[in-house]
Design a protein around this ligand. Sequence first.
Ligand SMILES: [Fe+2]
Ligand SMILES: [Fe+2]
Length: 186
Amino acid sequence: MNPLDLDARTGLPPHLRILADKYPRADWAGHPNFNQLTAFWLERHGMFRQVMTRVLDLTRGYIDAPRDRYAPELSRYTGFFLNELHGHHNIEDHHYFPQFNALDRRLEQGFELLDKDHHALDAHIHALAEATNRVLIAIREGQGAQDAAGALEKAQSGFQTFLERHLADEEEIIVPLILEYGSDLS
Ligand SMILES: [Fe+2]
Ligand SMILES: [Fe+2]
């Protein structure tokens, strides 16, 4: 396994932190090149983190104490989450990544890494959707759904770890580029 793969790494390697080290996260919002679109993009990431926590909490709540509202809520939140995440990756792949990759050759490998993350996340998205469907089917058919919910909890928890790794590293590549070069997310 490549140590820079999403499933293997614990952060960006030093050679991809050239700008991240120059612009620590705590200083981003106060920088003159930090603009509204950057703030909006970071808020989208915040929304993905929140909805991911929400679906995980729903499943853990159901495992502790099954309730009827679980299936419709799980279905609605997971559908929304996967749909929005798919659209978000699409914009990044076709719009943001090419635009920002052109700014600084030193971070080229960072964009290869982010592109590979999106492919890795695609596989995890597929697995998460399947595990979610297994729970929904078991509930609909009136079978015990505890085993399926347990498997889903594992899938959701793994997904949360990969998602957080990707979002944090993506932010630390893209926001410092915006601050350094004054480029817009447009
Ligand atoms: Fe991304
Ligand atoms: Fe993103």
